[in-house]
Design a protein around this ligand. Structure first.
Ligand code: AMP
Length: 397
């Protein structure tokens, strides 16, 4: 049973359903160039419209400076949504007031309407009471299908959810189910892989994970900071030497929480940060002064794979190496493929997400084989940090 109100509890027939979606899609020459986000919310729109709801889409787009501006208009996105749905989508040039009300008044059961960028009103991001009231007047019920915007307490993500009966859409529900199974209520042992560039951007995340997971596998540039904090020479590698005390404190907290910390035992090193730079594999501790660590080595891959073989759940954020540059994507690719094979064999639940992780896992060709890949970016990271997300909290049953 979900702890959140879902569409199972809503009969939308004849109702004006305010549906918050993420339509912040990339555009090229005025056309949507990647419709992944639209595809994710299409099932919710179709379900609500199919059941006779009047579906009013609310979304932000880009970062307008608090006023209408053509470059950040959602108008061109309406056509892409219509294409994904296979039904017409009308458009209103304002998400509030007379313009929105008039467009909504014309709707029939099963119609879909997209309202202009919520961020064209300054008060949206301030969760301003007048904006919340204005939005709430336009709908009978509210559905949030935009997990990626749920870490912000904005009028369209949080304020209005408190004014109207509020439900999680299907994409939101899927995300919450996956995240709950991965970290709140996981099958154990629970392993986390945290890689990426820097410790400094992931302090809260590491602090939360050491308290929750059984094994914390650290890779990427941030592993160098941990190695250096233990006296290991890392040459010219990316390394935050000023965070040595912090790294040691994280290691101590992990010990206290009985969380096993796993650092690389070998590395692929090169003298230049570029694709196909001449490289060699060395044990950690043998990195030359003029060399930098750009990936984990094959022995580390085997160590990680052994741990995954006993783990029941995996949470993954951040690549093991500079995965954008071949061949320094090899460690990330190998571990990703192993994790995907374990998922396919029914032995592991694996959830990945956050920034570059999505591209790294896509590049490894495992995106469809992971249990769930979150494209939510900031919201996914805040969830990994153990923070409560205002837009999600507002949907609790
Ligand atoms: P993040 O956004 O923190 O997950 O970091 C991802 C970035 O970390 C990617 O651009 C990788 O190229 C980079 N990265 C991972 N490992 C290393 C490394 N050993 N040295 C330099 N950059 C790295």
């Amino acid at each position: 049973m979900s702890a959140f109100r879902t569409l199972d509890a809503l009969d939308p027939k004849g109702k004006r359903v305010l549906l918050r979606v993420d339509l912040n899609v990339p555009m090229e020459n005025g056309k949507v160039s990647d419709a992944t986000r639209i595809a994710r919310v299409a099932p919710t729109i179709l379900e609500l419209a199919g059941k006779g709801g009047r579906v009013i889409l609310l979304a932000h787009f880009g970062r307008p400076k608090g006023g209408p501006d053509e470059a950040n208009s959602l108008r061109p996105v309406a056509a892409a949504v219509a294409e994904a749905l296979g039904q017409p989508v009308s458009f209103a040039t304002d998400c509030l007031g007379e313009v929105a009300a008039a467009a909504i008044a014309k709707m029939q059961d099963g119609d879909v309407l997209l309202l202009e960028n919520t961020r064209f009103h300054k008060g949206e991001e301030k969760n301003d009471a007048a904006i919340v009231e204005g939005l709430a007047k336009l709908g009978d019920v509210y559905v949030n299908d935009a997990f990626s915007a749920a870490h912000r307490a904005h009028a369209s993500t949080e304020g209005v959810a408190k004014k109207l009966p509020a439900y999680a859409g299907r994409a939101m529900q899927q995300e919450l189910d996956a995240l709950t199974k991965a970290l709140e209520n996981p099958a154990r042992p629970l392993a986390a892989i945290v890689g990426g560039a820097k410790v400094s951007t992931k302090l809260d995340l590491l602090g939360n994970l050491v308290r929750k997971v059984d094994m914390l596998i650290i890779g990427g540039g941030m592993a160098n900071t941990f190695l250096a904090a233990q006296g290991v020479k890392v040459g010219k590698s990316l390394c935050e030497k000023d965070l040595a005390d912090t790294a040691r404190a994280i290691l101590a907290a992990a010990k206290e929480a009985k969380c096993e910390i796993v650092l690389p035992v070998d590395a692929v090193v090169a003298k230049e940060f570029k694709a196909h730079a001449t490289s060699r594999v060395v044990d950690v501790g043998h990195v030359g002064e003029d060399e930098m660590i750009l990936d984990i080595g094959p022995r580390s891959v085997v160590e990680v794979e052994k741990l995954l073989a006993v783990a029941k759940t995996l949470v993954w954020n951040g690549p093991f190496g500079a995965f954008e540059l071949q061949p320094f994507d090899a460690g990330t690719n190998a571990v990703a493929k192993t994790a995907a094979a374990l998922v396919k064999a029914g032995k592991l639940l694996a959830v990945g997400g956050g920034g570059d992780t999505v591209s790294a896992l896509n590049q490894a060709g495992v995106a469809d084989d992971f249990t769930y890949i979150s494209t939510a970016g900031g919201a996914f990271l805040e969830w990994l940090e153990g923070k409560s997300l205002p837009g999600v909290e507002a949907l609790r049953a």
